[in-house]
Design a protein around this ligand. Structure first.
Ligand code: SAM
Length: 318
């Protein structure tokens, strides 16, 4: 079956991969007619996956090998990383990450795919670094991952988004084609040439939690956060000025107030200026030592916004 994002997104064929109920039906028949039947008939023959075969929450469609490498490039995977793939299929993302020296773990529901992944890792000589867990991606512990390399549907990503946002700020999530609703990629691109179908990638950098109130020497900054995007106001003597161009890239924060750009680094208790001429040491600096702040260009957190892990987070998309 020829795959293309256009076909999969069209109403007639979308059920095959990108929709739900009809997909299950179509896939149940397809599986019965092709994969399942042939599997049963072939007895002891080694398992061979079939593109489009049913999966618990999403079918198996492999990421093209060229995109696998590109995704690991844009995520800047190094031997220091711990890479995970949720719904790891035949293990290709994990094996490629392990070849780059990273420790990598795939979580895959289909036990045959897990066995196949282990065989593939063995063949590639990276069985020591590439591990596979048979299980449900929704209950997997991903908290130690520094990189996620994924190919999931938006509905899967939406269910996982709280776990994504709970990763350490600066963690990289690189995805084939799809994102969680409302989360704009920090970078994106598409592989041309002979990549085939499913050749676009999206990179998301897990943002720090900057939402809440921050005290400055003269006034208060109140920030609202939707993924990495920030809006809010700076209030001094009862006069509020809207902040503009507010954005986080991991712990790095930038925004402008009254045309002046501010840059810094967000931690649990403070925002510290980046130290260049555009940092927080402008007009609205925090003026002296106060608790966690020992720099002139440090702002103190008064209160956090709604917790990132809260189900009630106002900006969470359902
Ligand atoms: C679109 S494929 C992606 C495979 C691989 N990540 C890649 O990029 O080539 C999705 C995979 O998720 C698996 N899957 C579906 N639901 C799952 C679940 N709840 N937990 C773990 N794996 C699941 C499917 O069996 C399938 O192998």
């Amino acid at each position: 079956m020829k795959l293309s994002p256009q076909r999969l997104r069209s109403n007639s064929v979308m059920p095959w991969f990108a929709s739900s109920r009809m997909a299950s039906l179509v896939l149940a028949f397809a599986c019965a007619a092709i994969a399942c039947a042939s599997h049963a008939a072939e007895g002891d023959k080694p398992f061979e996956p079939v593109v489009g075969q049913a999966g618990r929450d999403v079918v198996w469609v492999p990421t093209p090998e060229a995109l696998v490498e590109k995704m690991l490039d844009v995520a800047k995977v190094t031997p220091q990383d711990f890479v995970m793939d949720l719904g790891s299929g035949d293990g290709r993302n994990i094996i490629a990450a392990a070849k780059r020296g990273a420790n990598a773990v795939g979580v895959e529901y289909n036990p045959d795919m897990v066995e196949l992944s282990r065989r593939n890792a063995e063949k590639a000589g990276v069985a020591g670094k590439a591990q596979f867990i048979q299980g449900d991606m929704y209950v997997a512990d991903i908290s130690k991952a520094s990189v996620l390399a994924l190919f999931l549907l938006p509905e899967n990503m939406n269910k996982l988004v709280d776990k994504f946002l709970a990763l350490k700020p600066g963690s990289r999530i690189v995805s084939n084609h799809f994102s969680a609703s409302g989360w704009e990629a920090d970078e994106s691109g598409r592989l041309e040439g002979d990549c085939g179908s499913w050749c676009s990638w999206l990179l998301f950098i897990v943002p720090a939690q900057a939402a809440g109130r921050w005290r400055l020497q003269k006034g208060e900054l109140e920030l609202e956060q939707k993924f990495q995007m920030l809006t809010g106001t700076y209030t001094v003597d009862g006069v509020a000025t809207a902040i503009e161009k507010g954005r986080l890239l991991g712990e790095q924060i930038t925004f402008t107030i009254g045309g002046n750009e501010y840059k810094g680094k967000v931690s649990a208790d403070a925002m510290v200026g980046a130290g260049d001429e555009n940092d927080f040491s402008g007009d609205i600096k925090f003026g002296g030592h106060h608790g966690v702040c020992s720099w002139m260009n440090c702002w103190v957190r008064i209160s956090a916004g709604v917790s990132r892990s809260s189900r009630r987070r106002p900006w969470r998309q359902r």
